[in-house]
Design a protein around this ligand. Structure first.
Ligand SMILES: Cc1cc2nc3c(=O)[nH]c(=O)nc-3n(C[C@H](O)[C@H](O)[C@H](O)COP(=O)(O)OP(=O)(O)OC[C@H]3O[C@@H](n4cnc5c(N)ncnc54)[C@H](O)[C@@H]3O)c2cc1C
Length: 508
């Protein structure tokens, strides 16, 4: 059998969404070209490649939901759709010369720290390699979660998840059951409702939904943003500033969010005239506790005669009959799960084995913990983009990703300054202190006090996903690596073997 090529790189980046591509740009800008981007799929885009369901779009305005170093004056709408965001990421890949670094169909199966050589041994679907540094950008929302529903195997029709849309299956004229009422579901419902025969929405918890200020960006605006970049920067600055001002209500004064609930209720009232349906759609927790959703078409779609809302979760499936936990039954030809992703149990964590021989998943069995959202104790030279407690409730994740790219940049600089074969490993005490402060701040936030059970919280009820501050604060605390928070590892000294004396000399 031919021996597999074994390559060594300075950096292995995993994933080619906003995070992985951003890391690649940052490395190149720092003059580092000895790196690969390992991607399990066959193209770039991450979230925006995998989510192609009808109606898929961002819910943060495009001029903020894009890289500051790769502005796009041509965004077609305030909230651009998936095809445009995916095309944007393809352009970023070309503009910054990233193609030579991409390794598609290279799912990372395992990562093992080698403490003798101070490098990571990486097993991928396209062969093994070793890397001094690993940047994991596998995404917080990239592995779909389907709940374990008794009897689902007995369903004779089509079963799919919002993040794996089958464009060959035609929903027109079918009886469709939509499971879940999160960000994806509320985009899918109005997009398919006019075409399906019957739509049954299984709603465990109703979301708070606000109007979506979406519109086409005019040719004049695009022209202005192209000719006068300062207008585009001002637009981005305004979008960012408004969201920064909202943060303290989420993190310190949830009661200030009360008037927003009034707006949301009014928004519903305009579209839903049936008081019983309105009651079923009205949340019983503080707005902001779960992600606030934006839509002008969700409530009008739910008010249509071909839609039923089952205000209960899906309990079981009996053949083509779906049974709600309130006992109600609905017939369906197709089930669409809009049930989210593995967020607090990041799948890559099971595949990473650190310095002590334990996996990151084992280390995180009581909850994910990192230092500044990036590094974990016992996992040297391993950085995560969008790691624990870096999520946002109200603004663009690209701002957080860019802050983490600064941290990555400084991490690489520190390795260069220290020189030689070297690794940085987060001190357990630093990780502990960072998380103690985080959790202390978390106590007052709407995510912890708002009376809801959301995907922000892990199985122990701990919030290990959201950042309890402004994006500018996160940028500040990730600008530089504080070496006091790290142990500097150097290769163990090889034992010096004493020359063996000749027998005659011994006798003398
Ligand atoms: C439908 C949807 C809408 C969203 N809208 C917004 C929004 O409006 N605003 C906002 O701020 N955020 C939004 N998000 C969150 C979004 O996930 C982030 O904004 C951002 O796109 C994450 O980028 P990423 O690169 O970290 O992860 P992803 O884009 O998820 O990319 C991860 C990549 O890693 C690859 N990968 C995973 N595991 C492996 C492995 N073992 N080996 C090799 N490759 C692997 C995946 O194939 C994928 O390409 C949305 C998410 C979804 C799902």
């Amino acid at each position: 059998m031919a021996e597999r090529e074994h390559k060594h790189v300075r950096v292995a980046v995993i994933g080619s969404g906003f995070g992985g591509l951003g890391a690649a740009v940052r490395l190149r800008r720092q003059g580092i070209t000895d790196f690969v981007v390992l991607e399990r799929a066959d193209s770039v885009g991450g979230t925006w490649r995998d989510n192609s369901y009808p109606g898929c779009a961002c819910d943060v305005p495009s001029h903020l939901y894009s890289f500051s170093f790769a502005p796009n004056p041509q965004w077609p709408r305030n909230f651009s759709g998936q095809p445009h965001i995916r095309a944007y990421l393809e352009r970023v890949t070309d503009t910054f010369g990233l193609r030579p670094h991409l390794r598609f169909n290279s799912e990372v199966h395992s990562l093992r720290w080698n403490g003798e050589e101070l490098h990571w041994e990486v097993e991928t679907a396209s062969g093994p390699l070793t890397a001094d540094v690993v940047v994991s950008a596998t995404g917080p929302l990239s592995d779909p979660k389907v709940p374990d529903i008794p009897g689902l195997d007995s369903f004779p029709g089509k079963v799919s998840h919002s993040a794996r849309w089958d464009h060959d299956y035609d929903l027109r004229g079918k009886r469709v059951a939509m499971i879940g009422t999160g960000a994806s579901a509320i985009q899918i419902v109005p997009a398919i409702q006019p075409d399906v025969e019957r739509l049954t929405l299984f709603q465990r918890t109703p979301p708070w939904v606000l109007p979506r200020a979406d519109r086409k960006i005019s040719a004049a605006e695009k022209w202005l943003h192209t000719k006068l970049p300062v207008t585009r920067a001002a637009r981005r600055g305004l979008l960012w500033g408004i969201r920064e001002l909202q943060v303290s209500a989420f993190t310190k004064r949830p009661n200030e969010l009360g008037p927003i609930e009034y707006l949301a209720k009014n928004h519903m009232k305009k579209a839903v005239k049936d008081p019983a349906l309105r009651a079923a759609l009205t949340p019983d927790y503080r707005i902001g506790c779960k992600r606030i959703l934006l839509s002008n078409t969700y409530y009008p779609a739910l008010a249509q005669p071909n839609v039923d809302v089952v205000a209960a979760g899906l309990k079981e499936v009996r053949g083509s009959t779906l049974v709600g936990s309130d006992g109600s039954e609905a017939e369906a030809d197709a089930i669409v799960f809009g049930t989210g992703f593995h967020v607090t149990d990041m799948p890559i964590a099971q595949r990473v084995t650190g310095a002590d021989g334990t996996t990151l998943a084992e280390e995180w069995k009581d909850g994910m913990e990192s230092l500044r959202g990036a590094t974990a104790a016992g996992f040297p030279n391993f950085l995560t983009i969008i790691g624990p407690n870096t999520g946002l409730g109200n603004s663009s994740m690209i701002l957080m990703i860019e802050a983490q790219l600064n941290y990555l940049g400084d991490f690489m600089r520190q390795l260069d300054i220290l020189g030689g074969k070297i690794a940085l490993s987060a001190r357990p005490s630093a990780v502990k202190e960072w998380n103690r402060k985080l959790q202390q701040r978390m106590e007052r936030t709407v995510w912890n006090t708002g009376g809801c059970d959301s995907w922000y919280l892990d199985a122990n009820g701990r919030n290990t996903t959201v950042w309890p501050g402004t994006t500018s604060e996160f940028k500040k605390v990730t600008r530089q690596v504080d070496l006091a928070e790290y142990e500097v590892l150097r290769p163990p000294r090889k034992p010096v073997t004493a020359p063996v004396a000749a027998p005659a000399e011994v006798a003398a």
